[in-house]
Ligand binder design. Structure first.
Ligand code: GUN
Length: 290
């Protein structure tokens, strides 16, 4: 059997078109376009590529993007001051601080300072908490993008045995919460998991988010399972690969996402959706106050 390859690029492109149509309508009605502030510290090449992709998606959808490119030596206090200024600026709808941050900056404190109503990455403890209590507002982009991608592929999630590999704050944990919300029976695997192969072998849906090339062997996959690979790993020859052994897994799975071209574009598209949503939510909140 050869799996259906889920084309994340195409699904994301459709989502961007829908967002653009919505923003065009707003602007025609005399309302303003959403505005996203993107903060990048230093010159990490991978971060520069991610930030460029986000800027291009803003251009495609009509979102105003404002780049704050700061030196790696920027102090935590300077970054705090910028975030406070953006929190207070009524025309800024989304604030994104690209990670990883230089080691002298405490990422947890930075993320906690962002106004949850402008937290378009969906990383703030308030937004993770909203998802945990089944009242999601701004949802973490990658996990939410995975759910939207599976829905667009006609996959019914209710009742599936899902295994998430990786428990990071930004991806693995909110991914488990998203799948729980969607009605899956969720198992989270991590570095202390005793028998990863057995958990994978039982799963109807595997979401790999460990960041380790080749961690998930193709022969572990149950025939007909759905495989979503969030891993982005650079091999010594410069090629990008996921966490799953794609060649073998794609002969056993019913559906599989490629790396690149799978989840990555969905993360960017859901960031655009969150930025529009952040503006709409703040407009609703301010009209409720008057
Ligand atoms: N670094 C890698 N991926 C991401 C992301 O989705 N958001 C932020 N803020 N930083 C990242």
């Amino acid at each position: 059997m050869s799996a259906h390859i889920i084309d994340g690029k195409q699904i994301a492109s459709q989502l961007l078109e829908d967002i653009k149509a919505n923003i065009d309508q707003r602007v025609q009605a005399g309302k303003r376009a959403p505005c996203l502030a993107v903060i990048l510290l230093g010159d990490d090449p991978a971060s520069a590529i991610y930030v460029r992709n986000k800027r291009l998606a803003c251009e495609k959808t009509g979102i105003v993007s404002i780049a704050h490119n700061l030196p790696a030596s920027t102090s935590q206090e300077e970054l705090f001051a910028l975030i406070r200024q953006l929190n207070a600026d009524d025309t800024t709808d989304g604030i994104l601080v690209q990670s990883p941050l230089p080691h002298h900056i405490d990422e947890t404190e930075i993320l906690a300072l962002i106004d949850p109503a402008k937290d378009v990455d969906g990383f703030h403890p308030y937004n993770i908490g909203r998802l945990a209590v089944r009242q999601p507002l701004l949802r973490s982009c990658t996990p939410y993008g995975v759910i939207k991608m599976l829905q667009a592929s006609g996959i019914a999630l209710k009742g599936l045995d899902a295994v998430v590999v990786g428990v990071s704050n930004h991806v693995g944990r909110p991914m488990g919460l998203e799948l729980l919300l969607a009605g899956c029976t969720v198992t989270s695997c991590h570095r202390h998991t005793k028998d990863l192969a057995t958990h994978i072998g039982r799963a109807d849906l595997i979401v790999a988010a460990a960041g380790k090339a080749g961690l998930i062997k193709g022969e572990w996959i149950k025939p007909g399972a759905i495989v979503v690979d969030i891993g982005i790993n650079r091999l010594p020859d410069g090629k990008i690969t996921g966490d799953v052994d794609f060649a073998v897994a794609s002969q056993r799975a019913s559906h599989i996402t490629p790396v690149p071209g799978g989840v990555g574009p969905m993360t960017v598209a859901t960031l655009m959706e969150n930025t529009l949503k952040a503006l709409e939510l703040r407009e609703q909140a301010s009209s409720a106050r008057v």
